[in-house]
Design a protein around this ligand. Sequence first.
Ligand SMILES: C[S@@+](CC[C@H](N)C(=O)[O-])C[C@H]1O[C@@H](n2cnc3c(N)ncnc32)[C@H](O)[C@@H]1O
Length: 313
Amino acid sequence: MSSRTCALRMSVVALMVLLFAGRYAGGARAADVPYVPTPWNVVDAMLGIARVGAGDFLIDLGSGDGRILITAAKRYGTRGFGVDIDGALVSDAKREANRQGVSDKVEFHERNLFITDIGKATVLTMYLLPRVNLQLRPRLFAELKPGTRVVSHDFDMEAWQPDDKIRIAVPDKPYGAPSSDVFLWIVPADASGRWQWRLEAGGVPRDYDLTLEQTFQQLQGKSVVAGANARIGNGRMRGENISFVLVADFGGRPVRHEFSGRLSGDTITGGVALQGHASAKMEWQARRSARGKINLGAGLPASEQRMLIAEER
Ligand SMILES: C[S@@+](CC[C@H](N)C(=O)[O-])C[C@H]1O[C@@H](n2cnc3c(N)ncnc32)[C@H](O)[C@@H]1O
């Protein structure tokens, strides 16, 4: 992050906290984030980037007046629930859902988002604060199914890079620059561990051995093909979908393999395209012989990680 971006981000957070202090001065409520509604054009962008549809179950953490859920239910028939610590906002959201005829699809509960069960979500939306996002981050991996879309208004997840991001003009924004960022993450399946398979290219069978290390959705690997080291790059997960490039020497000639497939349990099923070789495309199936452990701690100093864990208890 550049120092200018960093300074802007700090001032945005400071402004939000100031808004918070103004609103709750003297109040005893344990809210972690102030109520600032997402502008309507940003609501549209959040639902759009996640491709929310009728089959989704949407959970909005800190649901405010319920606008994200109510819009999704009305426009796409999406079901789901929102939680907010502020009982008055929960009542407003229920009333509005009723008025708009979607109270059979969406529910609102007065509840702390930190003790809300999120496992049912296929889409999770939030407009919180950077620290709250970071506190939630380990839970997103532990509780959400691979493929679940997580959308955040304005605040990112630090070392967990978004899978997509857009910037929307918001001329009358009450704090910071006159624009909003919308971030999308797709919860990755855990592909870490040792994988093996055999491929027959040009009539020659070769054994592939690949050890993958995973940090969030990024994959790094070490590979041996037919007894010789091969190079791995561009590895990533998008939900259960895996892709990476492997370059192996066949008779002294580098052959680039582009693998893509879908992970289910300890099996990957997909295809591989070989460049510089007779048979260009083949089916691919790999089996995992030993599981690894996805790395979710990057970007947070160890002292901070210990603090977050302690706070959640
Ligand atoms: C920035 S507003 C976002 C509202 C809505 N999601 C939107 O985008 O329009 C954050 C909301 O989180 C709620 N909130 C803050 N701390 C909370 C907590 N610990 N549990 C549940 N809700 C919380 C606030 O009351 C507020 O309504």
